[in-house]
Ligand binder design. Sequence first.
Ligand code: COA
Ligand code: MG
Length: 295
Amino acid sequence: MRSWLFAPGDDEKKLAKAYGSGADVVIVDLEDSVAAAGKAGARRCALAFLQETAQDASRPRRFVRTNAFATGLADADLDAVMTGAPDGIVLPKSAGGADVTALDAKIAVREALHDLADGSTQIAAIATEAAAAIFGLGTYAGASARLAALTWGGEDLATDIGAAVNKDDGGEWTSPFQLARNLCLFGSAAAGLPAIDTVYTNFRDETGLAAECQAAARDGFAGKLAIHPAQVPVINAAFTPSPEALARAKRVVEAFAAAGDAGVVGLDGEMLDQPHLKAAQNLLARAASAGGGKG
Ligand code: COA
Ligand code: MG
């Protein structure tokens, strides 16, 4: 799942547009893009969207971002949307694996109540939105079989630590936010999960977005959050392995097979051993599941 596009949960028009954007995942937002007075309306709108799109065989996945546990709104959010059988829930302001385990239990109860298949609802956690959450990034392994991805956020984190900005004048993340990004990457890999890079908020700047995508894909992120439909094709392109990379990965796998599954082989004058084989296999697996689709 490469592109995860947010649309405000109370905006029917944007939800429809997001749905047709080519995003692998549409995130129906009940949290930060919906004002307090709009929360109830957003729940109704989100449910209608989920119900209208339920039967579409080739649809993107539909996740719902609930409000954070600390707001006291999360249970009512789940009550409202779980009847619509979302493909997943995005947990904001996650402090660590224990929060994911708690959400798992809340989801399980509602799946049972609404006759949904046990375990059918996935979870994606936003894992760096408060200073304390940084210290929970190593705790996601085994938190829930539903957990499908970790992602990070730099806006709430900036507020929490009192940072005036999170990017420098050249558009690069400042040091505290580079640390959060990198630890998200390590925490995800340690838990065996794909890492999804955070939003690029300057949505008119496609060149800057493309550069940030390239860097994220290079470093091991599997996808990126989006806030505008125009960002979706840029993200999808950056996180789809190139034909050259795929061809090379196939040759690496074939070289090991041809050598009778040897520990080490030579290819084009380069030594390749087990980490290279694993990386090639991972790339081929990622390409096979690059798109969204509800399956
Ligand atoms: N999902 C679906 N459609 C969107 C969209 C989104 N995230 N962002 C913009 N659009 C639509 C607009 O409604 C507009 O549609 P129209 O041509 O039919 O009128 C079209 O795309 C072009 O939009 P544009 O004028 O370029 O932007 P805008 O000023 O209308 O919107 C934002 C700018 C930032 C308000 C908007 O992109 C947005 O709401 N983003 C999501 C915010 C969010 O969910 N944040 C929470 C996560 S950080
Ligand atoms: Mg936020």
